[in-house]
Design a protein around this ligand. Structure first.
Ligand code: SAM
Length: 274
């Protein structure tokens, strides 16, 4: 039997299509999401509706974003789901989540078994909408979930960790083996819950500077901060902030990265002039 065919649909690799087939895992994910009538729930990549059906059963309406035209058309004619669905046949990477939240008059609850080929850039896209999102539940590669939940002083701790934990509380939910999917992916998977903070624990003046600093620091992970950030942060600033300049990026906490970004916000004009 061709294991790329599921419910009469040929799984498309370029769309990262691995369909859930394990009822226990599906039930566990839906229980973790705990969708309630009246909430503005959005699914990214509904595919063949493995999660859409049980979530849809509990809702009067549900919004889905599906790039694959054939799958979007299939959902449109789904016997009981069809009438409840608002289907956006488009790329989630370009979807305006703020506009949808404004239209629905409440923050969104977003979930999905994400296409792994775009999961990291999609997470960054979603972080820019955290003001319009109540929570997110995503199936991702386990390695990506490990990066999201990592603490400093570990290999998994990186730019994705810092940006995710700047915006959200991150909670691992469930590990999922390849056998739960058709076709099975080559990697282990895991479900994670991200809850955007209503009040940021370490607010920065300009999040683009946090993004830049983490990019520079983790782009050269083996270098000390003194070296990797030498063109952005003056040598004396580390002492001023009480941050050891001989640390490497992976030893620096989210709070400390935010301190550095705020220092840069206050001094970038004078740096340009010098
Ligand atoms: N939710 C289904 C399940 O759990 O069985 C399918 C999950 S499959 C891993 C990922 C789904 O995302 C597919 O249906 C795929 O067509 C869709 N997809 C891929 N790229 C997308 C994108 N850029 N925007 C929206 N959906 C996308």
């Amino acid at each position: 039997m061709n294991n790329r065919v599921h419910q009469g649909h040929f799984a498309r690799k370029r769309f990262g299509q691995n369909f859930l087939n394990d009822q226990y895992i599906i039930d566990s994910i839906v229980a973790a999401i705990h969708p309630q009538r009246g909430e503005a729930v959005v699914e990214i990549g509904p595919g063949l509706a493995a999660l859409t059906e049980p979530v849809g059963e509990r809702m009067d309406e549900l919004t889905v974003i599906e790039l694959d035209r054939d799958l979007a058309a299939r959902l449109q004619t789904h016997p009981f789901l069809g009438p409840k669905l608002t289907i956006f046949q488009q790329d989630a990477m370009t979807f305006d989540f703020a506009a949808l939240a404004a239209e629905r008059g409440q923050p969104l609850r977003v979930f999905g078994n994400l296409p792994y080929n775009i999961s990291t850039p999609l997470m960054f896209h979603l972080f820019s909408y955290t003001g319009s999102i109540k929570d997110m539940h995503f199936m991702l590669q386990k390695e990506v979930v490990n990066r999201l939940v990592a603490g400093p002083n570990s290999k998994a701790y990186g730019r994705l960790t810092v940006m995710a934990q700047y915006y959200c509380q991150v909670i691992p939910v469930l590990e999922v083996p390849p056998s739960a999917f058709t076709p099975p992916p080559k990697v282990d998977s895991a479900v994670v819950r991200l809850v955007p903070y209503t009040e940021l624990p370490h607010p920065v003046k300009d999040v683009r500077l946090l993004s830049r600093i983490t990019m520079e620091a983790f782009g050269q992970r083996r270098k000390t901060l003194r070296n990797s950030l030498s063109h952005m942060v003056a040598a004396g600033a580390f002492e001023e902030l009480g941050i050891d300049a001989s640390l490497r990026a992976e030893n620096v906490s989210v709070a400390q990265f935010c301190q550095l970004a705020n220092w840069l916000a206050d001094h970038q004009e004078s740096l340009k002039e010098s």
